[in-house]
Design a protein around this ligand. Structure first.
Ligand code: NAD
Length: 496
């Protein structure tokens, strides 16, 4: 296995890659698949195989859950201060290793290196945020009930499971496990089979900085085997799944059978509503940046751009000019604006939608096919604009590539109706200089998140989650997320 990259890899990255195939990391040690089965890890930028991960059996997944459950009593018995100190050490270590983890992530997920650095920092910030928040949680909270001495007693649940997708492998681990760990739970992480390397790196780093064995466990393997085994395991105390609605349904069903509380963070088909009082050039630039960020493989992206008819032509002109200027290239080439999509299957999926969309009547205004990148035969697609009626398949389905679908609207009411004509409900944005209209439209769009004059906005402390086909069960990044990782007992003593 060799890595062809446009820049020299860091020695630590070379050393890490040379250790392939990677066993899982469970109970503070390597945890190989007894079968010896492995799955290849491909650099989407070059198409080269760069590593292999182990492919666990269902029994091995169950054993990992037992180990996480075994580590729970000691971890949960630590004082919040001691547990927080250990997790802060982990945050510091991740920050120190940011360039290394970011390069691994760039190679594994096809992420532009600077963006991967942002993802790594995001995990650090999220972990610190939840550790600080957990420091203020009252484990005994008085309940005002006349005639009774009553209180809530909060304690962590036990071993919690997490299944993650391939688009933000490291960042999403941070969003998922930080509140669980800070509250005193242990975790079993199943990363996507395409992008497991940064999770393995994190688990090893956790051991180095003194996170007790069994608190952070990483199991790798196929979704159909390892993922299904984890979601069918009746010993897990909570499940958090991030991925497609199709798999989310299966995970939800399995958890439902076992009565395990489940949180689903699923796909989206967000809209951006652009009114004619905006700065057209600036809005076009921001939306083009949003749809090309990580090659459009972002669940909350605005993929339907609804533009007021009076500025439509000017808006299209600005967008196409910007899209054509973007440099598509290898994620480790500092000159690249946009990298590849994650794998050959995703590339065919996106190209398939471009074809189906056009044969269903959509017009292609820009891009529309594969991009050539000199020296690399990775999975590159040109930034693409389609236009037409919203009943087109490319305007209805989640494509998950650098593809936006444009249409015109005439009135505010019509725009809101168009936005809400979807089964999804993750994130939309409204673009206007009129604050009152912005607030009105933001509140009328049916989704977990509405953004004003921006898209893809995340802040620790602001709840993020989906409704309808985009998810259920609580969301991420907020104080409520932390509270989900405590189970609450009402303790009551009648007085007198
Ligand atoms: P996916 O559903 O195919 O896979 C997600 C995870 O589920 C992977 O780890 C996979 O191995 C596992 N899996 C597959 N089959 C399984 C099964 N039968 N049982 C249990 N686990 C199984 O999703 P993907 O293609 O990796 O990711 C893209 C999707 O994720 C898109 O729909 C995107 O919108 C969504 N997503 C949502 C959010 C959010 O916050 N709402 C964030 C990122 C991605």
């Amino acid at each position: 296995m060799s890595v062809t990259a446009p820049t020299k890899l860091l020695p630590e990255v070379e050393a890490f890659l040379s250790q392939s195939p990677y066993p899982c990391f469970v109970g503070g040690q390597n945890f190989p698949a007894a079968s010896g089965d492995t799955i290849a890890t491909i650099d989407p930028g070059s198409g080269d195989q760069i590593a292999e991960i182990h492919d666990l059996s269902a029994d091995e997944v169950d054993r990992a859950v037992e180990i996480a459950a075994g580590a729970f009593p000691a971890w949960s018995a630590l004082s919040q201060k001691d547990r927080g100190a250990i997790l802060m050490r982990l945050a510091d270590a991740v920050e120190q290793h940011k360039p290394v983890i970011a390069q691994i992530e760039a190679l594994d997920a096809g992420k532009i290196e600077a963006q991967a650095q942002g993802d790594v920092q995001n995990l650090v910030d999220t972990l610190r945020y939840f550790v600080k928040l957990a420091g203020n949680v009252e484990t005994r909270e008085k309940i005002d009930a006349p005639g009774f001495d009553a209180w809530k007693y909060r304690q962590p649940w036990g071993a919690c499971a997490f299944i993650f997708p391939w688009n933000f492998p490291f960042l999403l681990i941070g969003w998922g496990i930080s509140p669980a760990l800070a509250a005193g739970n242990t975790v079993v992480i199943k990363p996507a089979e395409d992008t497991s390397l940064s999770a393995i790196y994190l688990a090893r780093l956790a051991k180095e900085v003194g996170v007790p064995d069994g608190v952070i466990n990483v199991i790798t393997g196929s979704g159909a085997r390892a993922g299904a085994a984890l979601s069918n395991n009746s010993q897990i105390k909570r499940m958090s799944f991030t991925g497609s609605p199709e798999v989310g349904r299966m995970v939800g069903e399995a958890c439902g059978r076992n009565l395990v509380p489940v949180k689903l963070e699923l796909g989206g088909k967000g809209a951006a509503v652009v009114f004619d009082d905006v700065d057209v050039a600036e809005t076009a630039e921001k939306l083009v940046n949003a749809i090309t960020f990580h090659s459009g493989q972002v669940c909350c992206d605005a993929t339907r751009w609804l533009v007021q008819d009076t500025i439509y032509d000017e808006f299209v002109q600005e967008c196409t000019t910007r899209m054509k200027k973007l440099r598509v290239g290898h994620p480790l080439d500092p000159a690249s604006d946009m990298g590849p999509v994650v794998n050959a299957k995703q590339c065919s999926r996106v190209l398939g939608y471009l074809e189906k969309g056009q044969s269903g009547g959509a017009e292609c205004l820009c891009g529309g096919d594969e991009a050539e990148v000199e020296g690399f035969t990775g999975h590159y697609i040109k930034p693409t604009l389609l236009a037409g009626s919203l009943d087109n398949v490319a305007a209805q389905d989640e494509i998950f590539g650098p593809v936006a679908y444009l249409t015109k609207f005439a009135s505010e009411d019509q725009a809101i109706e168009m936005v809400n004509d979807t089964d999804y409900g993750l994130a939309n944005s409204v673009w206007t200089e009129d604050d009152k209209r912005a607030a009105r439209v933001a509140e009328a769009m049916v989704a977990g998140n509405s953004w004003i004059n921006a898209h893809n906005v995340f802040a620790q402390g602001v709840p993020y989650g989906g409704v309808n086909k985009s998810g259920m069960g609580g969301g991420v990044l907020s104080p409520e997320t932390l509270m989900d990782y405590y189970r609450s007992t009402s303790v009551v003593r009648p007085l007198g």
